[in-house]
Design a binder for this molecule. Sequence first.
Ligand code: ATP
Ligand code: MG
Length: 420
Amino acid sequence: MSSIKAPRGVRDILPGESWKWEHVFSVTRKVAGDFDYREVHLPVFEHTELFSRGVGETTDVVEKEMYTFEDRSGRSLTLRPELSASMVRSYLENRMDKQHQPAKLWSAGPMFRYERPQKGRYRQFWQIDFEAIGSQDPLLDVESIELSLELFRRLGLSNLEVLVNSVGCPACRPVHRKALQDFLRPRLKELCESCRGRFDRNPLRILDCKNPTCQALTEDAPSTISCLCDECAVHFDAVRKGLAMIGASFEVDNRLVRGLDYYTKTAYEVLSGELGAQNAVCGGGRYDNLAESIGGPHTPGMGFAAGAERIVLTMEEQGCSFGEPPRCDIFVVHADDSSLEAAVSALYDIRRAGIAADMDYTGRTLRARFKTAGASGAAFACVLGPEEIASGKVTLKDLRSGEQQAVERAKLVDFLKTAL
Ligand code: ATP
Ligand code: MG
């Protein structure tokens, strides 16, 4: 046993679980295709400025949660805490603005945030991320929300709550900021220490505080919706109408502001009751100013990220199906040393035909080899001994019923193809 353990807050996804993830990703891939999104693979680390400027200097993610390091040349790099900023960086850098608009992209992979580890909250976790960059059509907001819901529906999740809000834009945000500060000023002393710090720097974030006292104190705080400019109000109306049009059920949540600064207009979250404080399975919204904040031209965008660990956990708790775990179909067993070569040759013939097959690499006795065959979950053991070899046959033993039959060695693969 190794004395070196994995760092706190990371987890190994072992075979007993990884097949469930494969199911989640294969459903995701199908939904992505159905909504015409294309997969991209982006780097796990980026220049630190991408996140400090893109996500926002005063967000929890940038202030407290980033894994930032200097590489050997002294550059400051950061393990990505989220994907939208990288997606927009890639869109700009690869001149996707010259292609068909919007660019509809998706990706899945590990993100890194220095958080207090809990169930459903890790320091390395996976996100499934969808972004549509290059259009401000409110129907794209509808598409993004419905895409996440369709994904969750196909995964079999129930009891989901969809919360939608509009957080406005740089034109209406100062109005709300002032209204919120006026409301909070008399209550300032009662807020938690972090929120007192947020009062001047980023008061909107106080609405996102998970501290129950802060939540109670801000219950009647002025909503962002009440301060929207005409353009944002028209947009929000169109999003609500669009959602109603396709029969998507949602609730407007005036307090929803989300953890990242780049959101403009639509912000939304999908919650699952099963996860306690880690109840958000997915969060997203519109980010029309993200491209400019990282030095690009004005480029609107809309997207969401869903947490893969939280999806799998919720599916397990709700008893959702992950399909069948993969198994080996045939276990090849040689009866004695003299039949090993014939057994290995049969094993590779079976594998080359695309049938899952394995053999025992540990047992020294025939009994031990049969034991491994039984434990493998294989449907059949394919037994080769001196008698089989002499008669040009193999013995196929059904490992469930125990029934045996002789099959011609030359016809083994064809037989298995029909029998399985
Ligand atoms: P939370 O409010 O739970 O901290 P967040 O608003 O920080 O979530 P986002 O930045 O919107 O989360 O990320 C999108 C999704 O990624 C979340 O809805 C969640 O499912 C998942 N997620 C975020 N942080 C973690 C984490 N530390 N561990 C596991 N999943 C996470
Ligand atoms: Mg968070």
